[in-house]
Design a protein around this ligand. Sequence first.
Ligand SMILES: CC(C)(COP(=O)(O)OP(=O)(O)OC[C@H]1O[C@@H](n2cnc3c(N)ncnc32)[C@H](O)[C@@H]1OP(=O)(O)O)[C@@H](O)C(=O)NCCC(=O)NCCS
Length: 180
Amino acid sequence: LIITKADLKRYLEMDKVALGMKEKRPRILTGHIWKYEISLRYHEYFENKINKNIVDRFLRKYWSYMHYKRGLRLGFTIPINVFGGGLGIHHYGMVVVNGNAKVGEWCTVQQGVNIGQNHSAEEVPTLGDNIYIGPGAKLFGKIYIASGIQIGANAVVNKSFYEEGITIAGIPARKLNDNI
Ligand SMILES: CC(C)(COP(=O)(O)OP(=O)(O)OC[C@H]1O[C@@H](n2cnc3c(N)ncnc32)[C@H](O)[C@@H]1OP(=O)(O)O)[C@@H](O)C(=O)NCCC(=O)NCCS
């Protein structure tokens, strides 16, 4: 969770690494995904900050709007306080995530991914660190995905996987090489 300025700096640095960015800051006409992630992190910071003064309250509204507006352009619905640092998004297009889901650090999310609820808003996925989510994968319900898991393209993940570092794929998702 981003609460302090130091947290914000760390998350921004990790995201930059995850996105493979070398420049100091995004260029004016490009770097849209990077700019989006920066808006997400500033929104998180100003939302979570304790003791907000009037300027902070204004900045919370400003970054909330930038986060929303940039997300609209790219097709991203990624609420605050879901992803740990090191979020890697490499393409534009339809990433929809439930605000109650929790994802660890260094997650890569491809286009067309959905991390959502099933039945009720409490029934959402929890993911560990270092997870790769292939294009089109859908994860939903009260499930747990262990660290280091790679999720294949178009997988439908509707149950928990506790074994770290495996590859899962298919509909419904199963551990690869286990007769999928
Ligand atoms: C899941 C994935 C990583 C597995 O790759 P891999 O370890 O090389 O696995 P293989 O290709 O050897 O496949 C092993 C078996 O799983 C099946 N399989 C592989 N990916 C699958 C998928 N996404 N869904 C269903 N079955 C899949 C294969 O058909 C094969 O089955 P078989 O043994 O009956 O022939 C890969 O298929 C994948 O989905 N990669 C995503 C690629 C990606 O994100 N690209 C970037 C796009 S922007």
